[in-house]
Design a binder for this molecule. Sequence first.
Ligand code: AMP
Length: 122
Amino acid sequence: MSYDNNNIFAKILRGEIPCKKIYEDQFVLSFHDINPQKKIHALVIPKGKYVDLDDFSQNASPEEMVGLLKGINSVAKKLGISVNTGKGYRALANISEDGGQEVPHLHFHLFGGEKVGKMVSE
Ligand code: AMP
């Protein structure tokens, strides 16, 4: 699948749509999910144009890969859910059709602030 420049997260990255920003650096942007599924539900997205985790794994630079992982940790620390600042969380990426991905720009969900329950529901 080629990258759709009009997906909602691309618009957020361009500043065309507002978001409740949590954290930003040269590699990632993080903001609160508009429809939170847990007490804390953050999204972390790379700034590069990657459709999903497979696209990212195959095409991102080593710097972007490290930047995304470090970005997730920075967000978790800032939200007080990392192992250093809190009680932990779940990081999850939905990938394509069977993964239930709705927005075609790679994003990690961070769920926390409470026990997040079983790993897979339904
Ligand atoms: P996924 O199903 O993994 O693609 O998740 C997409 C997520 O994006 C869902 O949890 C939505 O609630 C969230 N979402 C959609 N539009 C927005 C938006 N404008 N701002 C923040 N989160 C959004």
